[in-house]
Design a protein around this ligand. Structure first.
Ligand code: NAD
Ligand code: UGA
Length: 463
Protein backbone atom coordinates (compact mmCIF):
# COMPACT_ATOMS: atom_id res chain seq x y z
CA UNK A 1 0.00 0.00 0.00
CA UNK A 2 1.37 3.44 -0.89
CA UNK A 3 1.02 5.53 2.23
CA UNK A 4 -0.34 9.05 1.82
CA UNK A 5 -1.98 9.62 5.21
CA UNK A 6 -0.41 8.95 8.58
CA UNK A 7 -1.83 9.55 12.03
CA UNK A 8 0.23 9.49 15.20
CA UNK A 9 -1.45 9.13 18.59
CA UNK A 10 0.68 10.91 21.22
CA UNK A 11 2.31 14.31 20.65
CA UNK A 12 5.12 13.84 23.18
CA UNK A 13 8.89 13.66 23.03
CA UNK A 14 8.71 10.81 20.50
CA UNK A 15 5.51 11.47 18.54
CA UNK A 16 6.20 15.18 17.96
CA UNK A 17 9.80 15.07 16.66
CA UNK A 18 9.38 11.76 14.80
CA UNK A 19 6.34 12.94 12.88
CA UNK A 20 7.88 16.35 12.19
CA UNK A 21 10.81 14.63 10.48
CA UNK A 22 8.57 12.22 8.54
CA UNK A 23 6.51 15.21 7.34
CA UNK A 24 9.61 17.17 6.37
CA UNK A 25 11.12 14.27 4.44
CA UNK A 26 7.86 13.04 2.87
CA UNK A 27 5.95 16.10 1.58
CA UNK A 28 3.59 13.71 -0.27
CA UNK A 29 2.36 12.24 3.03
CA UNK A 30 -0.14 14.06 5.21
CA UNK A 31 0.88 13.58 8.84
CA UNK A 32 -1.54 14.35 11.68
CA UNK A 33 -0.36 14.15 15.27
CA UNK A 34 -3.14 13.85 17.83
CA UNK A 35 -3.24 13.99 21.61
CA UNK A 36 -5.84 14.13 24.37
CA UNK A 37 -3.86 16.88 26.05
CA UNK A 38 -5.39 20.08 24.65
CA UNK A 39 -2.68 22.35 26.02
CA UNK A 40 0.04 20.27 24.41
CA UNK A 41 -1.67 20.44 21.01
CA UNK A 42 -2.26 24.19 21.42
CA UNK A 43 1.47 24.58 22.14
CA UNK A 44 2.42 22.57 19.03
CA UNK A 45 0.15 24.91 17.07
CA UNK A 46 1.60 28.08 18.62
CA UNK A 47 2.16 30.56 15.75
CA UNK A 48 5.72 31.07 16.99
CA UNK A 49 7.54 27.76 16.36
CA UNK A 50 9.99 28.66 19.16
CA UNK A 51 7.12 28.04 21.62
CA UNK A 52 6.48 24.39 20.74
CA UNK A 53 6.27 22.27 23.91
CA UNK A 54 9.47 20.31 23.40
CA UNK A 55 12.91 21.83 23.25
CA UNK A 56 15.19 19.97 20.84
CA UNK A 57 17.94 21.61 18.81
CA UNK A 58 16.72 22.02 15.20
CA UNK A 59 13.13 20.98 15.87
CA UNK A 60 11.38 24.35 15.72
CA UNK A 61 12.85 24.96 12.22
CA UNK A 62 11.46 21.65 10.93
CA UNK A 63 8.06 22.33 12.47
CA UNK A 64 8.07 25.81 10.91
CA UNK A 65 8.74 24.27 7.50
CA UNK A 66 6.18 21.44 7.55
CA UNK A 67 3.38 22.65 9.83
CA UNK A 68 0.27 23.61 7.88
CA UNK A 69 1.76 22.07 4.69
CA UNK A 70 1.58 18.35 5.50
CA UNK A 71 2.07 18.35 9.27
CA UNK A 72 -0.93 18.93 11.52
CA UNK A 73 -1.53 18.82 15.27
CA UNK A 74 -5.05 18.13 16.50
CA UNK A 75 -7.17 16.88 19.37
CA UNK A 76 -9.63 15.20 17.00
CA UNK A 77 -8.32 11.68 17.48
CA UNK A 78 -11.28 9.90 15.84
CA UNK A 79 -11.05 11.91 12.63
CA UNK A 80 -7.30 11.35 12.29
CA UNK A 81 -7.68 7.60 12.90
CA UNK A 82 -10.51 7.37 10.39
CA UNK A 83 -8.58 9.14 7.63
CA UNK A 84 -5.18 7.46 8.06
CA UNK A 85 -3.90 4.31 6.36
CA UNK A 86 -1.13 3.98 8.92
CA UNK A 87 -1.48 4.80 12.63
CA UNK A 88 1.53 5.18 14.90
CA UNK A 89 0.96 4.69 18.63
CA UNK A 90 3.42 6.92 20.52
CA UNK A 91 1.70 7.22 23.86
CA UNK A 92 3.48 6.96 27.18
CA UNK A 93 4.10 3.56 28.78
CA UNK A 94 5.23 4.46 32.31
CA UNK A 95 6.01 2.08 35.16
CA UNK A 96 2.82 0.87 36.83
CA UNK A 97 2.06 2.65 40.09
CA UNK A 98 -0.72 0.30 41.22
CA UNK A 99 -1.85 -3.31 41.27
CA UNK A 100 0.02 -6.32 39.92
CA UNK A 101 3.53 -5.44 38.82
CA UNK A 102 3.42 -2.09 40.69
CA UNK A 103 6.81 -0.38 40.46
CA UNK A 104 8.09 -2.80 37.79
CA UNK A 105 5.78 -3.60 34.89
CA UNK A 106 4.93 -1.16 32.10
CA UNK A 107 1.49 0.40 32.45
CA UNK A 108 -0.27 -0.42 29.19
CA UNK A 109 -3.56 1.31 29.90
CA UNK A 110 -2.89 4.12 27.38
CA UNK A 111 -1.90 1.57 24.73
CA UNK A 112 -5.06 -0.42 25.30
CA UNK A 113 -7.19 2.74 25.12
CA UNK A 114 -5.62 3.55 21.75
CA UNK A 115 -6.26 0.03 20.45
CA UNK A 116 -9.90 0.21 21.55
CA UNK A 117 -10.33 3.62 19.98
CA UNK A 118 -8.84 2.44 16.69
CA UNK A 119 -11.07 -0.65 16.79
CA UNK A 120 -14.14 1.52 17.35
CA UNK A 121 -13.40 4.14 14.72
CA UNK A 122 -11.74 2.27 11.83
CA UNK A 123 -13.91 1.49 8.83
CA UNK A 124 -11.11 0.54 6.43
CA UNK A 125 -8.05 -1.70 6.72
CA UNK A 126 -5.19 -0.09 8.66
CA UNK A 127 -1.59 -0.66 9.54
CA UNK A 128 -1.02 -0.01 13.26
CA UNK A 129 2.57 0.76 14.22
CA UNK A 130 3.85 0.37 17.78
CA UNK A 131 6.22 3.30 18.23
CA UNK A 132 6.02 3.34 22.03
CA UNK A 133 8.42 1.06 23.87
CA UNK A 134 6.47 -2.04 24.85
CA UNK A 135 6.96 -5.35 26.64
CA UNK A 136 7.67 -8.22 24.26
CA UNK A 137 4.43 -9.78 22.97
CA UNK A 138 2.30 -6.63 23.40
CA UNK A 139 1.41 -6.77 19.71
CA UNK A 140 -0.52 -9.94 20.52
CA UNK A 141 -2.80 -8.05 22.92
CA UNK A 142 -3.28 -5.15 20.49
CA UNK A 143 -4.13 -7.59 17.71
CA UNK A 144 -6.62 -9.41 19.88
CA UNK A 145 -8.45 -6.15 20.66
CA UNK A 146 -8.41 -5.03 17.02
CA UNK A 147 -9.47 -8.40 15.59
CA UNK A 148 -12.53 -8.64 17.78
CA UNK A 149 -14.40 -5.61 16.52
CA UNK A 150 -16.71 -7.70 14.35
CA UNK A 151 -16.78 -5.10 11.56
CA UNK A 152 -14.51 -6.99 9.16
CA UNK A 153 -11.72 -4.42 9.10
CA UNK A 154 -8.25 -6.00 8.73
CA UNK A 155 -5.34 -4.74 10.81
CA UNK A 156 -1.63 -5.37 10.49
CA UNK A 157 0.47 -4.66 13.57
CA UNK A 158 4.07 -3.57 13.14
CA UNK A 159 6.66 -2.89 15.79
CA UNK A 160 8.86 0.10 14.95
CA UNK A 161 10.65 1.14 18.15
CA UNK A 162 12.26 4.54 18.36
CA UNK A 163 15.94 4.86 19.28
CA UNK A 164 16.29 8.66 19.37
CA UNK A 165 17.90 10.24 22.42
CA UNK A 166 16.59 13.52 23.76
CA UNK A 167 18.77 16.52 23.09
CA UNK A 168 19.88 14.95 19.80
CA UNK A 169 16.44 13.83 18.60
CA UNK A 170 16.53 15.66 15.27
CA UNK A 171 20.03 14.50 14.36
CA UNK A 172 19.15 10.94 15.41
CA UNK A 173 15.96 10.96 13.33
CA UNK A 174 17.62 12.44 10.26
CA UNK A 175 20.55 10.06 10.40
CA UNK A 176 19.54 6.95 12.36
CA UNK A 177 21.99 4.10 13.03
CA UNK A 178 19.15 1.81 12.00
CA UNK A 179 15.40 1.68 11.57
CA UNK A 180 13.90 -1.48 13.02
CA UNK A 181 10.60 -2.82 11.72
CA UNK A 182 9.05 -6.02 13.02
CA UNK A 183 6.02 -7.59 11.40
CA UNK A 184 4.21 -10.82 10.67
CA UNK A 185 5.85 -13.26 8.31
CA UNK A 186 2.59 -13.69 6.37
CA UNK A 187 2.14 -12.07 2.94
CA UNK A 188 -0.07 -9.33 4.45
CA UNK A 189 2.53 -8.80 7.16
CA UNK A 190 5.29 -8.42 4.60
CA UNK A 191 3.24 -5.96 2.58
CA UNK A 192 2.70 -3.86 5.69
CA UNK A 193 6.43 -3.97 6.49
CA UNK A 194 7.20 -2.84 2.93
CA UNK A 195 4.79 0.12 3.23
CA UNK A 196 6.68 1.37 6.27
CA UNK A 197 10.07 0.65 4.69
CA UNK A 198 8.97 2.87 1.78
CA UNK A 199 8.16 5.74 4.15
CA UNK A 200 11.62 5.64 5.76
CA UNK A 201 13.35 5.09 2.40
CA UNK A 202 12.58 8.72 1.59
CA UNK A 203 15.66 9.62 3.61
CA UNK A 204 17.23 6.50 5.13
CA UNK A 205 19.26 4.12 2.96
CA UNK A 206 17.77 0.64 2.71
CA UNK A 207 20.83 -1.04 4.22
CA UNK A 208 20.00 0.72 7.48
CA UNK A 209 16.42 -0.51 7.54
CA UNK A 210 16.27 -3.81 9.39
CA UNK A 211 13.21 -6.04 9.29
CA UNK A 212 12.52 -8.81 11.82
CA UNK A 213 9.64 -10.66 13.38
CA UNK A 214 7.49 -8.65 15.79
CA UNK A 215 8.85 -10.20 18.97
CA UNK A 216 12.51 -9.61 18.06
CA UNK A 217 11.72 -5.99 17.33
CA UNK A 218 9.85 -5.41 20.60
CA UNK A 219 12.57 -7.12 22.63
CA UNK A 220 15.45 -5.40 20.79
CA UNK A 221 14.25 -2.02 22.05
CA UNK A 222 14.29 -3.09 25.70
CA UNK A 223 17.64 -4.80 25.12
CA UNK A 224 19.24 -1.71 23.55
CA UNK A 225 18.22 0.48 26.50
CA UNK A 226 19.35 -2.15 29.00
CA UNK A 227 22.80 -2.39 27.35
CA UNK A 228 23.20 1.40 27.20
CA UNK A 229 22.21 1.88 30.83
CA UNK A 230 24.42 -1.03 31.85
CA UNK A 231 27.49 0.75 30.44
CA UNK A 232 26.71 3.80 32.58
CA UNK A 233 26.24 1.74 35.72
CA UNK A 234 29.46 -0.13 34.91
CA UNK A 235 31.53 3.03 34.64
CA UNK A 236 29.78 4.54 37.66
CA UNK A 237 30.66 1.43 39.69
CA UNK A 238 34.27 1.99 38.66
CA UNK A 239 34.03 5.67 39.63
CA UNK A 240 33.60 4.70 43.27
CA UNK A 241 36.56 2.37 43.11
CA UNK A 242 38.61 5.13 41.45
CA UNK A 243 37.85 7.48 44.34
CA UNK A 244 39.26 4.91 46.79
CA UNK A 245 42.37 4.00 44.82
CA UNK A 246 43.68 7.20 43.26
CA UNK A 247 42.73 6.12 39.74
CA UNK A 248 40.86 8.67 37.62
CA UNK A 249 37.65 7.45 36.00
CA UNK A 250 38.03 9.74 32.98
CA UNK A 251 41.43 8.24 32.29
CA UNK A 252 40.11 4.72 32.80
CA UNK A 253 37.16 5.40 30.46
CA UNK A 254 39.50 6.74 27.79
CA UNK A 255 41.86 3.79 28.15
CA UNK A 256 39.14 1.14 27.84
CA UNK A 257 37.17 3.08 25.20
CA UNK A 258 40.14 2.92 22.81
CA UNK A 259 39.65 -0.84 22.65
CA UNK A 260 37.58 -1.10 19.49
CA UNK A 261 35.60 -3.97 21.02
CA UNK A 262 34.45 -1.70 23.86
CA UNK A 263 34.22 1.64 22.03
CA UNK A 264 34.31 5.16 23.50
CA UNK A 265 30.61 6.09 23.75
CA UNK A 266 28.42 5.95 26.86
CA UNK A 267 31.34 5.74 29.25
CA UNK A 268 30.89 9.08 31.01
CA UNK A 269 30.73 8.63 34.75
CA UNK A 270 27.95 10.75 36.20
CA UNK A 271 25.69 11.44 39.14
CA UNK A 272 23.50 8.70 37.64
CA UNK A 273 21.41 8.27 34.53
CA UNK A 274 17.96 9.82 34.37
CA UNK A 275 15.34 10.16 31.68
CA UNK A 276 11.95 8.65 31.23
CA UNK A 277 13.10 5.37 29.76
CA UNK A 278 16.21 3.61 31.06
CA UNK A 279 14.84 2.84 34.51
CA UNK A 280 11.32 2.12 33.30
CA UNK A 281 12.48 -0.18 30.51
CA UNK A 282 14.93 -2.13 32.68
CA UNK A 283 12.32 -2.58 35.41
CA UNK A 284 9.99 -3.83 32.72
CA UNK A 285 12.65 -6.26 31.46
CA UNK A 286 13.22 -7.50 35.01
CA UNK A 287 9.48 -7.99 35.43
CA UNK A 288 9.19 -9.91 32.17
CA UNK A 289 12.14 -12.16 33.08
CA UNK A 290 10.62 -12.86 36.50
CA UNK A 291 7.25 -13.62 34.98
CA UNK A 292 8.94 -16.39 32.94
CA UNK A 293 10.68 -17.64 36.11
CA UNK A 294 14.10 -16.42 34.89
CA UNK A 295 15.27 -15.13 38.26
CA UNK A 296 18.99 -15.00 37.47
CA UNK A 297 18.29 -12.96 34.34
CA UNK A 298 16.06 -10.63 36.34
CA UNK A 299 18.64 -10.18 39.12
CA UNK A 300 21.40 -9.51 36.59
CA UNK A 301 19.57 -6.57 35.01
CA UNK A 302 18.13 -5.24 38.26
CA UNK A 303 21.67 -4.59 39.43
CA UNK A 304 21.94 -1.81 36.80
CA UNK A 305 19.18 0.08 38.62
CA UNK A 306 20.54 -0.70 42.08
CA UNK A 307 23.92 0.74 41.03
CA UNK A 308 22.26 3.85 39.59
CA UNK A 309 20.29 4.52 42.77
CA UNK A 310 23.47 4.04 44.77
CA UNK A 311 25.32 6.57 42.59
CA UNK A 312 22.69 9.29 43.13
CA UNK A 313 22.64 8.67 46.90
CA UNK A 314 26.44 8.56 47.02
CA UNK A 315 26.58 12.00 45.41
CA UNK A 316 24.26 13.61 47.97
CA UNK A 317 26.04 11.82 50.84
CA UNK A 318 29.35 13.17 49.60
CA UNK A 319 28.00 16.72 49.64
CA UNK A 320 26.78 16.33 53.22
CA UNK A 321 30.00 14.68 54.43
CA UNK A 322 32.26 17.22 52.78
CA UNK A 323 30.26 20.12 54.21
CA UNK A 324 31.26 18.99 57.73
CA UNK A 325 28.35 16.52 58.02
CA UNK A 326 25.67 19.17 58.06
CA UNK A 327 23.91 21.08 55.33
CA UNK A 328 21.08 22.39 57.50
CA UNK A 329 20.25 25.96 56.39
CA UNK A 330 23.20 25.99 53.99
CA UNK A 331 22.60 27.26 50.48
CA UNK A 332 23.55 24.66 47.88
CA UNK A 333 23.26 25.71 44.28
CA UNK A 334 22.35 23.24 41.55
CA UNK A 335 23.48 24.11 38.07
CA UNK A 336 21.15 22.09 35.89
CA UNK A 337 17.92 20.25 36.60
CA UNK A 338 17.19 18.54 33.23
CA UNK A 339 18.24 14.87 33.03
CA UNK A 340 20.78 15.75 30.32
CA UNK A 341 21.81 18.79 28.32
CA UNK A 342 19.84 20.24 25.40
CA UNK A 343 16.43 19.11 26.64
CA UNK A 344 13.75 20.59 28.88
CA UNK A 345 12.77 17.10 30.03
CA UNK A 346 13.30 16.39 33.73
CA UNK A 347 11.76 12.96 34.05
CA UNK A 348 13.75 10.82 36.51
CA UNK A 349 16.51 13.43 36.53
CA UNK A 350 19.20 12.72 39.14
CA UNK A 351 18.74 16.34 40.28
CA UNK A 352 15.33 15.50 41.75
CA UNK A 353 16.69 12.72 43.94
CA UNK A 354 19.77 14.65 45.05
CA UNK A 355 17.55 17.63 45.93
CA UNK A 356 15.21 15.35 47.86
CA UNK A 357 18.09 13.96 49.94
CA UNK A 358 19.50 17.42 50.66
CA UNK A 359 16.13 18.98 51.49
CA UNK A 360 15.57 16.14 53.95
CA UNK A 361 18.85 17.31 55.53
CA UNK A 362 17.28 20.80 55.70
CA UNK A 363 19.49 22.36 53.04
CA UNK A 364 18.26 25.32 50.99
CA UNK A 365 18.51 24.51 47.30
CA UNK A 366 18.94 27.18 44.63
CA UNK A 367 18.67 26.16 41.03
CA UNK A 368 19.49 27.52 37.63
CA UNK A 369 18.66 25.53 34.52
CA UNK A 370 18.60 27.21 31.10
CA UNK A 371 15.42 25.39 30.00
CA UNK A 372 13.47 24.19 33.03
CA UNK A 373 10.83 26.30 34.79
CA UNK A 374 10.31 26.62 38.55
CA UNK A 375 6.82 25.10 38.25
CA UNK A 376 8.32 22.01 36.67
CA UNK A 377 10.97 21.67 39.38
CA UNK A 378 8.40 22.01 42.15
CA UNK A 379 6.08 19.48 40.57
CA UNK A 380 9.01 17.06 40.17
CA UNK A 381 9.62 17.27 43.90
CA UNK A 382 5.94 17.11 44.86
CA UNK A 383 5.56 13.99 42.73
CA UNK A 384 8.27 12.08 44.64
CA UNK A 385 6.80 9.44 46.89
CA UNK A 386 9.85 9.59 49.15
CA UNK A 387 9.43 13.26 50.12
CA UNK A 388 9.22 13.27 53.88
CA UNK A 389 7.49 16.63 54.00
CA UNK A 390 6.14 19.00 51.44
CA UNK A 391 8.14 22.10 52.31
CA UNK A 392 9.39 22.38 48.75
CA UNK A 393 8.41 26.01 48.37
CA UNK A 394 10.56 26.95 51.39
CA UNK A 395 13.43 24.75 50.36
CA UNK A 396 13.77 25.56 46.66
CA UNK A 397 14.63 28.90 45.04
CA UNK A 398 14.91 29.19 41.30
CA UNK A 399 17.00 31.79 39.47
CA UNK A 400 17.15 32.89 35.87
CA UNK A 401 20.94 33.06 35.79
CA UNK A 402 23.79 31.16 37.37
CA UNK A 403 25.53 34.15 38.97
CA UNK A 404 22.53 35.05 41.12
CA UNK A 405 21.90 31.38 41.90
CA UNK A 406 25.47 30.92 43.18
CA UNK A 407 25.69 34.10 45.26
CA UNK A 408 26.20 33.32 48.98
CA UNK A 409 26.17 29.58 48.31
CA UNK A 410 28.23 27.17 50.40
CA UNK A 411 28.51 24.71 47.55
CA UNK A 412 27.68 24.28 43.89
CA UNK A 413 26.58 20.96 42.42
CA UNK A 414 26.62 20.37 38.66
CA UNK A 415 23.66 18.14 37.85
CA UNK A 416 23.37 18.63 34.08
CA UNK A 417 26.19 18.95 31.56
CA UNK A 418 24.90 22.14 29.84
CA UNK A 419 27.74 23.53 27.68
CA UNK A 420 27.29 27.07 28.97
CA UNK A 421 28.44 26.04 32.47
CA UNK A 422 31.99 25.63 31.15
CA UNK A 423 32.04 29.22 29.86
CA UNK A 424 31.27 31.04 33.13
CA UNK A 425 33.44 33.56 34.94
CA UNK A 426 34.23 31.18 37.80
CA UNK A 427 36.37 33.73 39.65
CA UNK A 428 33.35 36.02 39.90
CA UNK A 429 31.24 33.14 41.18
CA UNK A 430 33.94 32.15 43.71
CA UNK A 431 34.14 35.70 45.05
CA UNK A 432 30.38 35.78 45.72
CA UNK A 433 30.29 32.50 47.71
CA UNK A 434 30.86 31.45 51.34
CA UNK A 435 34.36 30.13 51.99
CA UNK A 436 35.53 27.46 51.69
CA UNK A 437 33.66 27.32 48.38
CA UNK A 438 32.90 23.76 47.25
CA UNK A 439 32.08 22.43 43.77
CA UNK A 440 30.64 18.95 43.26
CA UNK A 441 30.89 18.26 39.56
CA UNK A 442 28.36 15.50 38.95
CA UNK A 443 29.20 15.50 35.25
CA UNK A 444 32.97 16.00 35.24
CA UNK A 445 32.64 18.90 32.81
CA UNK A 446 34.61 21.60 34.60
CA UNK A 447 38.35 22.14 34.66
CA UNK A 448 39.40 20.95 38.13
CA UNK A 449 42.90 22.47 38.05
CA UNK A 450 41.64 25.88 36.98
CA UNK A 451 38.93 25.92 39.67
CA UNK A 452 41.38 24.82 42.35
CA UNK A 453 43.76 27.60 41.34
CA UNK A 454 40.91 30.10 41.91
CA UNK A 455 40.40 28.65 45.40
CA UNK A 456 37.49 26.24 45.00
CA UNK A 457 37.48 22.87 46.72
CA UNK A 458 36.70 20.68 43.70
CA UNK A 459 35.06 17.24 43.85
CA UNK A 460 34.44 15.35 40.61
CA UNK A 461 32.96 11.92 40.13
CA UNK A 462 35.57 9.18 40.24
CA UNK A 463 38.66 11.29 40.63
P1 NAD B 1 5.21 11.63 26.45
O1 NAD B 1 4.60 11.46 27.77
O2 NAD B 1 6.10 12.79 26.17
O3 NAD B 1 4.05 11.66 25.32
C1 NAD B 1 2.99 10.77 25.29
C2 NAD B 1 1.73 11.53 24.88
O4 NAD B 1 0.69 10.60 24.65
C3 NAD B 1 1.21 12.50 25.94
O5 NAD B 1 1.17 13.82 25.40
C4 NAD B 1 -0.20 11.98 26.27
O6 NAD B 1 -1.14 13.01 26.51
C5 NAD B 1 -0.54 11.23 25.01
N1 NAD B 1 -1.59 10.21 25.20
C6 NAD B 1 -1.65 9.23 26.14
N2 NAD B 1 -2.73 8.47 25.93
C7 NAD B 1 -3.38 8.97 24.85
C8 NAD B 1 -4.55 8.59 24.15
N3 NAD B 1 -5.28 7.52 24.53
N4 NAD B 1 -4.93 9.33 23.09
C9 NAD B 1 -4.20 10.40 22.69
N5 NAD B 1 -3.06 10.79 23.31
C10 NAD B 1 -2.66 10.08 24.37
O7 NAD B 1 6.00 10.26 26.15
P2 NAD B 1 7.28 10.07 25.20
O8 NAD B 1 8.52 10.45 25.91
O9 NAD B 1 6.98 10.64 23.86
O10 NAD B 1 7.30 8.48 25.09
C11 NAD B 1 6.33 7.77 24.35
C12 NAD B 1 6.80 6.34 24.18
O11 NAD B 1 8.02 6.33 23.42
C13 NAD B 1 7.12 5.61 25.47
O12 NAD B 1 6.75 4.25 25.32
C14 NAD B 1 8.62 5.71 25.57
O13 NAD B 1 9.18 4.62 26.29
C15 NAD B 1 9.05 5.64 24.13
N6 NAD B 1 10.34 6.29 23.82
C16 NAD B 1 10.63 7.52 24.35
C17 NAD B 1 11.82 8.14 24.01
C18 NAD B 1 12.19 9.48 24.57
O14 NAD B 1 13.29 9.92 24.31
N7 NAD B 1 11.33 10.16 25.31
C19 NAD B 1 12.67 7.55 23.09
C20 NAD B 1 12.32 6.31 22.55
C21 NAD B 1 11.15 5.70 22.92
C1 UGA C 1 17.97 6.83 25.75
C2 UGA C 1 18.67 6.08 24.62
O1 UGA C 1 19.98 6.64 24.43
C3 UGA C 1 17.87 6.18 23.33
O2 UGA C 1 18.49 5.38 22.31
C4 UGA C 1 16.45 5.67 23.58
O3 UGA C 1 15.67 5.80 22.41
C5 UGA C 1 15.82 6.47 24.71
O4 UGA C 1 16.65 6.34 25.89
C6 UGA C 1 14.46 5.98 25.09
O5 UGA C 1 14.12 4.84 24.85
O6 UGA C 1 13.79 6.80 25.70
P1 UGA C 1 17.74 9.38 26.47
O7 UGA C 1 17.28 8.80 27.76
O8 UGA C 1 16.91 10.42 25.82
O9 UGA C 1 17.93 8.21 25.39
O10 UGA C 1 19.19 10.03 26.64
P2 UGA C 1 20.66 9.37 26.83
O11 UGA C 1 21.60 10.15 26.03
O12 UGA C 1 20.64 7.90 26.61
O13 UGA C 1 20.96 9.67 28.35
C7 UGA C 1 20.27 9.00 29.39
C8 UGA C 1 20.91 9.35 30.71
O14 UGA C 1 22.19 8.74 30.83
C9 UGA C 1 21.14 10.84 30.92
O15 UGA C 1 20.84 11.19 32.24
C10 UGA C 1 22.62 11.00 30.63
O16 UGA C 1 23.18 12.11 31.27
C11 UGA C 1 23.15 9.70 31.18
N1 UGA C 1 24.46 9.30 30.61
C12 UGA C 1 24.57 9.06 29.29
C13 UGA C 1 25.56 9.16 31.45
O17 UGA C 1 25.46 9.36 32.68
N2 UGA C 1 26.76 8.77 30.91
C14 UGA C 1 26.90 8.51 29.58
O18 UGA C 1 28.03 8.16 29.15
C15 UGA C 1 25.79 8.67 28.75
Amino acid sequence: MKITKICCIGAGYVGGPTMAVIAQKCPHIQVTVVDLNEQRIADWNDPNPENIPIYEPGLSEIVAEARGRNLFFSTDVDKAIDEAQMIFISVNTPTKTYGKGKGMAADLKYIELCARQIARVAKQNKIVVEKSTLPVRTAEAIKSILDNTGNGVQFQILSNPEFLAEGTAVADLLNPDRILIGGDTTQEGEEAINSLVEVYSNWVSKDRILTTNVWSSELSKLTANAFLAQRISSINAMSELCEKTGANVNEVAKAIGMDSRIGPKFLKASVGFGGSCFQKDILNLVYIAKSYGLNEVADYWEQVIIMNDHQKRRFSNKIVQTLYNTVADKKITFLGWAFKKDTNDTRESAAIYVADDLINEQAKISVFDPKVSKTKMLSDLDYLETRENKNNLDALSVFDNAYDACKDAHAIAILTEWDEFTTYDWKRIYDSMHKPAFIFDGRNILNAKQLESIGFVYNGIGA
